[in-house]
Design a protein around this ligand. Structure first.
Ligand code: PYR
Length: 357
């Protein structure tokens, strides 16, 4: 998939859309899905289209699914209002784009120094996370489910090496969510623009740095044309999930079976997208280095420590927003510590030894 092709698709007007699934039998319920990802975007966009198509297929005509990529019906960051208002029935996207609505939404994508994807899945499914998500979404008339995961994200693309926190001062960086707030505390000037607008901003010099996802998704964005230093694991998005968020009245009107269909399709895509990223990231990191001469770097411990101090302040400010934001933060941080100790002893402990021997 050539990058310009899907960026062009992102700019198309509403009339130019193609359905992810053909209109199904008349008489089913309309399920209009709007997405924060451009059409055919490798990784995220294709995952969203796969999910929309799968819901239509599994529902066997009960749900008439129509899918609009970003810009085809509303802009990427307008999907929340489109669904909350009932103009569309569901959006696929990342909840941390909507921290302006409520900062607790960040925890339902990923937060700095937060959970890895397996930890986040465990919190959502068995640790009370879904119930907290329902409370936050419920304030806006929405009901959300996990429906995708990128796994641990890359630290991002920079046009200079980052050797100390001082190198972040004055840096103009695209980075959404609480991760962006951490960078701001360290003196960077941060913006959150949708994926389809990052390349132009980087190439024009409007920004000096960006993060997006990881090697597989990032390869197609061609950020290496403007920024050649690529940092491995970042603090800002260590794992977590993407969302399929429904208008609550629409959700309440579904039969148990229709809900089960949507839940099954979301669960399937949540796992598949994570697996796809794990399977492809290594191959695409090698392509970035071998084909494009990208310089791979890792943040040093001093930079990590600065990120950690700034993140503490960001969490305190997030807690101050409301009783609900404090409760979500505290539950998340408590479960993270509980699971993190075990993960370090078992999963990470094993992987480190395996890779060493
Ligand atoms: C981002 O907007 O940075 C994502 O990770 C999707």
């Amino acid at each position: 998939m050539e990058r310009r092709k899907f960026l062009k698709g992102a700019a198309l007007g509403a009339g130019a859309t193609a359905l992810a699934t053909p209109a199904l039998a008349q008489g089913g319920k309309t399920l209009t899905i709007v997405s924060t990802w451009p059409r055919d975007f490798p990784g995220l966009g294709i995952s969203a289209q796969r999910l929309a198509a799968r819901i239509g297929q599994l529902s066997d005509g009960a749900l008439n699914v129509e899918y609009f990529a970003s810009g085809e019906r509303v802009g990427a960051f307008d999907v929340f209002d489109e669904v909350a208002s009932g103009n569309a029935q569901a959006y696929i996207g990342a909840e941390y784009y909507f921290t302006g609505k409520h900062p607790a939404f960040a925890y339902f994508t990923s937060v700095p120094f937060g959970m890895s994807t397996p930890e986040w899945n465990a919190w959502i499914k068995f640790g009370g996370g879904q119930e907290l998500w329902d409370e936050v979404s419920g304030e806006f008339g929405l009901k959300a489910l996990a429906a995708g995961s990128t796994g641990t994200q890359a630290g991002g693309w920079f046009n200079k090496e980052i050797e100390s926190a001082d190198d972040l001062k004055g840096l103009k960086m695209r980075i959404p969510g609480l991760g962006g707030q951490v960078l701001s505390k360290l003196g960077a000037s941060t913006v959150s623009v949708p994926g389809s607008q990052i390349y132009e901003n980087l190439v024009s010099g409007a920004i000096d740095a960006t993060e997006w996802v990881g090697p597989y998704n990032d390869y197609f964005m061609k950020f290496y044309e403007a920024a050649k230093y690529y940092y491995t694991a970042g603090m800002h998005e260590p794992g977590g999930g993407l969302s399929f968020s429904m208008n609550r009245a629409f959700y309440d009107g579904l039969s148990d079976w229709e809900r089960a269909v949507i839940e099954a399709a979301c669960n399937e895509e949540h796992a598949a997208s994570h697996e796809e990223n794990i399977a492809k990231n290594g191959e695409y990191l090698a392509k970035l280095v071998d084909e494009q001469g990208v310089q791979v770097r890792a943040f040093n411990d001093d930079v990590w420590d600065s990120f950690g101090e700034a993140a503490e302040e960001v969490f305190e400010e997030t807690r101050d927003h409301s009783e609900l934001a404090a409760r979500v933060n505290d539950d998340f941080q408590g479960k993270l510590r509980e699971m993190g100790t075990m993960m370090a002893q078992f999963e990470v402990g094993y992987i480190n030894q395996r890779n060493r021997v």
